[in-house]
Design a protein. Sequence first.
Length: 151
Amino acid sequence: MPLELRGAVLGLGSIVRLETPAASGLFVILARGAFRPDQERSEVVPRYLVAPHPYGEAPDQETFPILAGVIDEVVFEGYTDAADACFLQDLLVQMEKGRRPTTVAKQFAEALTEIPETSDDADGSDAADGSGDPFFELRRLASKEDRRKKP
């Protein structure tokens, strides 16, 4: 008998609220899968790897697995498309029939984008032209937009 997923699987990047003795607050979904609580039954439930919002995966923040049943509220649903449906179908097939042979993923040798080096100011303050502030131009544009909106 084919496995059946109980409930929908949330998209990556979804924000959920948890209120458990171990964790409370907002969390972002980093990865997802399924869990079969009873090997005698065909029912599987969504399973997620979450991290605290707004940090995501950060060296000083803990990530941990949860089952869909502990989610108190879905605050924001992440993006999903047809590829998600294929992923979930493949996951269920592998849970039922066993894992298929795979190859080890190649790890990135370099960053996908070049991140320019910044120079530190001697006194630690931002230069008047914003060269010490990576968000200077964004702040300037936002400030300009705010001035336009005020009567």
